[in-house]
Write a protein that binds this ligand. Structure first.
Ligand code: OXT
Ligand code: ADP
Ligand code: MG
Length: 581
């Protein structure tokens, strides 16, 4: 009797005579469910089409995308939002490679994610005999993620998933690849033995308690500071230690600077927030406490002009010991999970803690107020076509009125100016391009944000950025997600005014079709499309979208001349030694 026949007989009620059976499909599903991983982002196809169907039938929420990269970005940000690994499911070779960019992005950003890809038969792959979508996926994935595993036997599925979960969320979180060859799904085994083989991962991300001596060293330095600064990074947002962080900041009285995705951990309107005095605090601080933020390019590697001449001492809180001294000397490394470290610091501060010198906090306050006052009138203009500030002034008010909504943001000018203009009020409400500054994360992030949190999403997208992932508006419409997309349409990358230096019919490399109507795209799928030419029209359209919860795309017409090259990071473009373009 074949195994398939036995399964059929089981279904026909002859289960009494034969032992109950299970197979690879069901073991993977059961293992995911056992570990509370009940949402999967992916694209179906050989060999995982039936897996998706069975998973859906078993109560897992399976969201089918139009491209695996967007599903991967969704899984990555789901990991950030939930502290559980986001799951992305793809087919072999090309689907796997499409998902791999997102896996590498998750690893780079320290987000827990598991990319599960079906793969072709080992025997054929290893002899390179040309299987359907043949690729040695495990070997390809390894250098691009935190860990990579392959499961060959159904009895190892439980252990394989447990290893993947632990690798993704423990220590510094990251991306994990799990390779599941097609044959594995069909492997049959005794159901009872299968159940026993599954592993419910206990304490997947154990607390990492800092050494008391490290806490004392850090507090001694902080206490001696004349111009202290706390920098909050997206690791601090990820840690979900919101109350402890707020207590530390408020008890210390130290000005804090949120990195982009840490905005809202404490409100940007908090009296200690130094976001609007960024250059001043980086240049003048003498003691800098980093909490879940790396001294990478986004912080000018902790040295150079940005950091000024004044001597600095760094206190660095991070779960990854090797992050210490990666760019500059760290005077007080505090290695541990942020929840434990911050709690220990607060405890070590005791009942009272001396406020930082008033000349420092007053100087920060004065600079902040100066910058805010400088920006205010620019946000009020009602120009048509809109400039960035006019349009963003509207969105700033919308977010203030909907502090729970999640803001997704990508582009160059659209990103950099929105980051400064739009105040955030709650933790983990701002999602963006992250450490790589990658375009195309927007729609995946918007979908996962809506799915994982149930909150409304406002996605503010450059027209180029949107182009990397725009087809997912169909996905947004198909799942009826409360996502309002605003495309800042300035006819191109950075600007829409460049011309081909040689003349001729080819446009310049950075410009798109002029006057494009992105709003028409969503109408094809039953969503609401709106063209907004003025800030007033934009205000009305976004208000209606958030009130209705219907998928909406607003084509916000931005002056093509308004942007600058690469937004705020034009300095990173190499210059020709010959001075020519
Ligand atoms: O203190 P000072 O005086 O200096 O002032 C600062 C703050 O204090 C002040 N501020 C405020 N003032 C008043 N009020 C408030 N509330 C306030 N808040 C702040 O404002 C200034 C600035 O503050 P900020 O922003 O905090 O500070 P700064 O100096 O900018 O910070 C430095 C950085 C580095 C931390 C920051 O700039 C940053 O986080 N930057 C991230 C940049 C980034 O990642 N950019 C994306 C990549 S750009 C490029 O690579 C693009 N590509 C290529 C490409 C990519 N990326 N990916 C892929 C897969 N393929 C290709 C492409 C194709 S962008 C791009 C498309 C662009 O076109 P779009 O159409 O999409 O977009 P548009 O440009 O709109 O056309
Ligand atoms: P940002 O871009 O906001 O500056 P980074 O991505 O550079 O932030 O830094 C995030 C840091 O947070 C990483 O070094 C990572 O190891 C750390 N991290 C992530 N989660 C935790 C945690 N729970 N406890 C301690 N550190 C963490
Ligand atoms: Mg643009």
């Amino acid at each position: 009797m074949t195994q398939a026949t036995t399964l059929k007989e089981q279904a026909a009620g002859k289960a009494d005579e034969t032992p109950e059976l299970t197979d690879g499909f069901h073991l993977v599903i059961d293992a995911l469910k056992l570990n509370g991983l009940t949402t999967v982002y992916g694209v179906p196809g050989i060999p995982i089409t039936d897996f998706g169907r069975m998973a859906q039938a078993a109560g897992i929420r399976v969201l089918s995308f139009r491209h695996e990269q967007n599903a991967g970005y969704a899984a990555a940000i789901a990991g950030f939002l939930t502290k559980k690994p986001g799951i992305c499911l793809t087919v072999s070779a090309p689907g796997f490679l499409n998902g791999l960019t997102a896996l590498a992005h998750a690893t780079t950003n320290c987000f827990p994610m598991i990319l599960i890809s079906g793969s072709s038969e080992r025997e054929i792959v290893d002899l390179q005999q040309g299987d359907y979508e043949e690729m040695d996926q495990l070997a390809v994935a390894k250098p691009l993620c935190k860990a990579a595993f392959r499961v060959l036997h159904a009895a190892d599925i439980g252990i394989g998933l447990a290893r993947a979960i632990r690798a993704a969320v423990s220590g510094r979180p990251g991306g994990v690849y799990l390779d599941l060859p097609a044959k594995l799904f069909g492997q049959v085994m005794n159901a009872e033995a299968g159940r026993k083989s599954l592993v419910k991962v206990i304490d997947a991300a154990p607390a990492q308690i800092p050494a008391p001596s490290a806490i004392k060293r850090a507090l001694d330095i902080l206490k001696s500071a004349k111009r202290p600064l706390i920098i909050l990074g997206k690791g601090a947002a990820y840690a979900q230690a919101d109350d402890a962080i707020r207590t530390l900041v408020e008890k210390s009285g130290v000005p804090f600077l949120p990195m982009s995705m840490a905005k809202g951990l404490l409100p940007d309107t908090h009296p200690q927030c130094a976001g609007a005095a960024r250059s001043t605090v980086l240049r003048d601080a003498d003691v800098v406490m980093l909490i879940g933020a790396r001294l990478n390019w986004l912080l000018s590697h902790g040295k150079g002009k940005t950091w000024g001449e004044a001597a600095k001492q760094f206190i660095h809180i991070d779960i990854e010991p090797r992050e210490m001294d990666s760019n500059v000397e760290i005077a007080a490394p505090v290695v541990g999970d942020i929840g434990s470290c911050v709690a220990a610091l607060v405890e070590g501060m005791g009942g009272t803690w001396p406020a930082p010198p008033a000349d420092w906090t007053n100087a920060v306050k004065a600079k902040r107020e100066e910058n805010v006052a400088k920006m205010a009138p620019r946000l009020m203009n009602n120009n048509s076509p809109m400039d960035y500030h006019g349009a963003l002034g509207v969105l700033r008010t919308v977010v203030k009125e909907h502090p729970d909504a999640i803001l997704v943001n990508e582009g160059a000018n659209t990103l950099d100016l929105a980051r400064g203009v739009i105040d955030m009020y709650k933790p983990r409400r701002r999602l963006d391009v992250g450490t790589w500054g990658v375009m195309g994360v927007g729609m995946g992030q918007a979908i996962a944000a809506a799915v994982e949190t149930g909150k409304p999403v406002l996605a503010v997208e450059g027209d180029s950025a949107f182009g990397f992932c725009g087809m997912e508006v169909e996905t947004i419409c198909r799942y009826h997600l409360p996502v309002c997309i605003v495309v800042f349409n300035n006819d191109g990358i950075y600007r829409g005014t460049d011309v081909n230096p040689l003349g001729g019919s080819d446009p310049a490399t950075t410009v798109f079709v002029k006057g494009a109507r992105y709003d028409k795209i969503i109408e094809a799928f039953g969503g609401v499309g709106v063209q907004a030419q003025t800030p007033d029209e934009l205000r009305r359209a976004v208000g209606a979208a958030l009130a209705s919860g219907r998928p909406t795309l607003i084509n916000a017409v931005i002056d093509p001349a308004a942007g600058s090259e690469s937004g705020r990071i034009g300095n990173l473009n190499p210059k020709s030694a010959l001075g020519k373009k």
